[in-house]
Design a protein around this ligand. Structure first.
Ligand code: NAD
Length: 406
């Protein structure tokens, strides 16, 4: 059996500086009997030069060669369809719930799509693969630095001969991975930090970081499935916005991170609330997107100053702005998943595996992920709870599309 070949392209999404593999993980992949092909300059924007990949044993080739040679493409964001070859496997943060049609198109081309977004994150053994966590952590840290950069005052309490400067009052809305990292970072800069999340479980996590949890009386628990938040009803959302408004107006800096997987982010800060904030206040909206974010008036990748002097920064891809560290963590995550999927040099699709059921979106020419099938109005596929009963050996079935062509 010929060894599988892994390819890494230069990311082509506008503004994306991360790279899927860093030189330090290349040898780990090669030790599994897999050859690594990296497009010339793929790591440049994240400060990983070609010669470091070459020293680690990767072949540096042009994009066309990666496309032709690789059985498996490792990416951060999905490559453009023309950069993928029919029958290839692509592994990355593919956002299948936000782009179900892309998944259907990949299935039609017999491309096996495997997305890190779908990892069952509560399983301890997926922690090394958890790219959502590693990237959210970078985003939360960076959000505070972005806010501090736009804020025209100090974050810490400063007592000097020229007077005393009060510490900045920072409010973090959404206390998941990014929010908790933002709380810790703002505290380390000396700010006084408060936070709110609709999941009651966040309360103790916020408190353990030394921040004050804001209790809202108008909203019941918003805990949903798998540790995520649920979508609030319109009434709940309006009540939350109204009750949060007075808290927001008292803060100098607001960092919003609220997300519900596969859904448009909830609006937490309305335009009227922004109007009530003091001039010089700063909002950083990590959920900003073309579909809308947590803050009315935020625009992705832009800093807008409102007529009342509030700066709203739309920051949907902060991991890319810290591409070196974000790529280092991402590369370890995607390598851990890839090595988990590889048997004797080949990616092996096993629908009975709990982790694979979460991450494998398309296989064998079909969209197989239940949630993506539902979005595409496809009938549910048959549940697979264990090894295929019709196959008494219980052996894993190699997907013919992912092989090395041997
Ligand atoms: P996320 O990015 O989906 O959302 C960010 C935060 O926004 C969440 O805390 C969510 O509750 C909050 N939110 C959503 N709607 C809101 C609203 N209307 N008002 C206020 N807050 C709102 O979440 P995440 O950071 O990926 O984390 C999701 C969950 O997964 C958390 O419970 C986290 O602890 C858990 N998690 C567990 C593990 C593990 O067990 N190993 C690893 C990572 C994350």
């Amino acid at each position: 059996m010929a060894a599988a070949r892994v390819g890494v392209l230069r990311e082509s999404t506008a503004g994306e500086r991360r790279v899927a593999l860093t030189p330090d993980v290349v040898s780990r992949i090669r030790n599994a009997g897999v050859d690594v092909f990296v497009e010339t300059g793929a790591g440049d924007a994240a400060w990983y030069p070609d010669d470091e990949y070459a020293q680690a044993g990767a072949s540096i080739v042009d994009a066309a060669s990666v496309r032709q040679t690789a059985d498996v493409l490792l990416c951060v964001q999905p490559p453009p369809p023309e950069q993928m070859r029919d029958g290839q496997t692509v592994i990355g943060l593919l956002g299948p719930l936000l782009q179900p049609e892309l998944m259907r198109d990949l299935a039609a081309r017999k491309i096996t799509a495997i997305s890190l977004d779908g990892l069952p994150r509560t399983l301890t053994r997926v922690q090394t693969m958890d790219a959502l966590t590693s990237q959210a952590s970078v985003a939360g840290y960076r959000a505070v630095l972005v806010a501090a950069n736009h804020f025209d005052r100090f974050f810490p309490l400063l007592i000097t001969a020229a007077g005393t400067s009060k510490p900045a009052a920072v409010l973090v809305l959404g206390a998941g991975v990014a929010g908790l990292q933002a709380i810790g970072t703002a505290r380390r800069l000396g700010a006084v930090v408060s936070a709110y999340d609709v999941r009651p479980a966040a309360r103790s996590e916020v408190a353990s970081l030394g921040a004050k949890f804001i209790e809202l009386t108008s909203v019941e628990s918003g805990a949903g499935e798998g540790g995520y938040a649920r979508v609030l009803t319109e009434e709940e959302q309006a009540a939350m916005q109204a009750e949060l408004a007075e808290h927001i107006a008292r803060h100098d800096v607001v960092i919003t991170t609220a997300q519900v997987p596969g859904q448009v982010p909830p609006v937490m800060v309305t335009a009227a609330t922004v109007k009530a904030m003091r001039p010089g206040s700063v909002i950083v909206d990590l959920a900003a997107s073309e579909l809308g974010g947590n803050v009315e008036g935020s625009r992705p990748d832009e800093a807008v100053v409102t007529t009342n002097g509030v700066t709203i920064v739309g920051a949907p891809n902060l991991p890319s702005s810290m591409a070196n560290a974000a790529s280092a963590a991402y590369a370890r995550n995607i390598t851990a998943l890839f090595l988990y999927l590889v048997r004797e040099g080949e990616v092996v699709i096993d629908p009975s595996d709990e982790i694979q059921r979460g991450v494998v979106v398309t296989s064998g020419g079909e969209v197989v992920h239940p949630a993506v099938r539902a979005l595409l109005h496809l009938p549910p596929n048959l549940p697979v709870d264990g090894p295929d009963e019709s196959d008494p050996s219980g052996r894993r079935v190699a997907d013919s599309n992912t092989g090395s062509g041997s």
